[in-house]
Design a protein around this ligand. Structure first.
Ligand SMILES: C[S@@+](CC[C@H](N)C(=O)[O-])C[C@H]1O[C@@H](n2cnc3c(N)ncnc32)[C@H](O)[C@@H]1O
Length: 111
């Protein structure tokens, strides 16, 4: 469920929108596809709370991919995040202990 917190934050449900329409909005959709609409080096802060791949029962996605596929997907969204972040930007990721070390290693390779 999405709660509209104030009149300046309006949710948009779209797969593809132009970047200027995303400012001060909550955008619902596939994060990798949505980030493709964001220019390089334009974002100060990214916070991600991705699936942990531990088999939690969600309605809309499978939280138990083969580890190889999970890492491949993680690599995809890391690529987009590091592309959109400014050189001075920060990435905060909430992740479980089982994946934390691998995430750090992947990010060290990208950055
Ligand atoms: C660990 S949960 C985060 C829950 C969230 N922080 C909250 O408090 O509700 C991972 C979330 O990632 C979402 N998710 C999975 N694949 C996604 C994708 N490709 N793009 C955007 N969100 C996705 C899932 O629907 C799930 O809600």
């Amino acid at each position: 469920m999405l709660i509209d917190l104030n009149p300046f934050i309006k949710p948009i449900i779209m797969n593809s929108i132009i970047f200027s329409k995303m400012i001060n909005k909550v955008v619902l959709g596939d994060a990798v596809k949505i980030m493709k609409n964001i220019p390089d080096n334009s974002i100060d802060l990214v916070f991600a709370d991705p699936p942990y791949n531990i088999g939690i029962k969600y309605d809309n996605y499978k939280d138990k991919l083969p580890q190889k596929d999970y890492i491949k997907w993680t690599d995809k969204w890391f690529d987009e995040v590091t592309r959109v972040l400014k050189q001075t930007g920060s990435l905060y990721v909430a992740i479980n202990d089982e994946n934390a070390a691998e995430f750090v290693a992947m990010l060290k390779n990208i950055c």
